[in-house]
Design a protein. Structure first.
Length: 319
């Protein structure tokens, strides 16, 4: 019996260390498992679960913000024909079959009015010069060419805007995972209550981000709808360029088109600024100060995107 106990003691020493070797009761029964504190174990389990929950929520938040910025940037970089080919074809057909006939009538009236004015100014053709007739013919030729190529000219303006937007979209708008990792490390040693509060804030903030993502998508889609609507009537403003009194209509239209084309650039710039601000907040590491500030940035983002169209038009129209 003594020999058996020594062998058992040796086995315990090999597997559990010297501290386990002495854990034998007076009858020789080995106590293979140490005493476990159930409360401490439960706390550790909850703490690990909260660590995983907060980490998962922060990663989802980072993914949602990056998706918001990425989707908006991708859509803003598309030309009217690339955004939706079916709608583009519909709008082009409306311009050619509906608007151009109307524009021809308007152009005829404008050129006739210009000619009548010229004749009246020359004392009922008494002082009429050949140069004046040639000037009117040249003006009529230019107006006809502009009207015939109104769709092509308008799309060319948008292509210029798309090129500028594409160049600007080269700036990264993603929220880096490294910035989020700094935030996760800042609460690693916090108590369970703090982590629970951080998880609740993350969950609520994710809902806010999803709502803002919808609003951003609405502004991006609305811009493209404006482009399609303005493009559908491109022929009519170009028909007014043949007369000094009506030329302001066509000039104003071209300025508006330029504003719409470059609105995408301003929207990309706003998204890039938002991305930089959010990354700086994540790098600060204080999770409870991050969310209120990012919420303010989200509100500013929505307002700025809404105002971007007016800003672009103001720049190009000089108002």
């Amino acid at each position: 019996m003594q020999h058996t106990i020594k062998e058992t003691d040796l086995v315990l020493s090999l597997f559990f260390g010297k501290e386990r070797r002495g854990m034998l009761n007076p009858h020789g029964a080995a106590m293979l498992f140490p005493t476990i504190d159930p409360i401490a174990s439960f706390k550790d389990m909850v703490n690990d679960a909260m660590d995983q929950a907060v980490q998962g929520s922060l990663m989802e938040l980072q993914s949602d913000l990056s998706t918001l910025l990425g989707n908006a940037t991708e859509k803003l970089s598309l030309s009217p024909s690339s955004y939706n080919g079916t709608i583009f074809g519909l709008v082009e057909n409306v311009n050619k079959t509906v608007m151009i006939p109307i524009a021809v009538i308007i152009m005829t009236y404008v050129l006739a009015y210009e000619l009548i004015q010229m004749l009246i100014e020359k004392n009922n053709m008494v002082e009429l010069e050949v140069g004046s007739i040639l000037k009117w013919l040249f003006k009529a030729f230019i107006t006809i060419e502009l009207l015939a190529n109104s769709w092509t000219i308008t799309m060319a303006l948008f292509d210029v805007g798309v090129g500028v937007v594409t160049s600007a979209s080269g700036v990264s708008n993603n929220i880096s995972m490294q910035s989020v990792t700094l935030t996760m490390d800042s609460i690693a040693g916090a108590n369970i209550g703090t982590k629970l509060l951080a998880w609740i804030e993350c969950w609520l903030f994710k809902m806010v981000v999803k709502i803002v993502a919808i609003m951003v998508s609405v502004y991006v889609i609305f811009r493209m709808m404006e482009i399609y609507i303005y493009s559908s009537a491109a022929a009519i403003p170009y028909a007014t360029l043949g007369n000094g009194e009506t030329r302001g209509i066509g000039a104003g239209y071209i300025k508006t088109i330029c504003g719409l084309a470059f609105q995408g650039f301003f929207m990309i710039l706003i998204l890039s600024i938002f991305s930089v601000l959010v990354q700086q907040e994540f790098q600060s590491g204080d999770v409870f100060k991050i969310f209120p500030k990012i919420a303010v940035y989200l509100i500013v983002l929505v307002i700025s995107l809404k105002k971007s169209g007016q800003i672009a038009k103001d720049i190009f129209t000089g108002t």
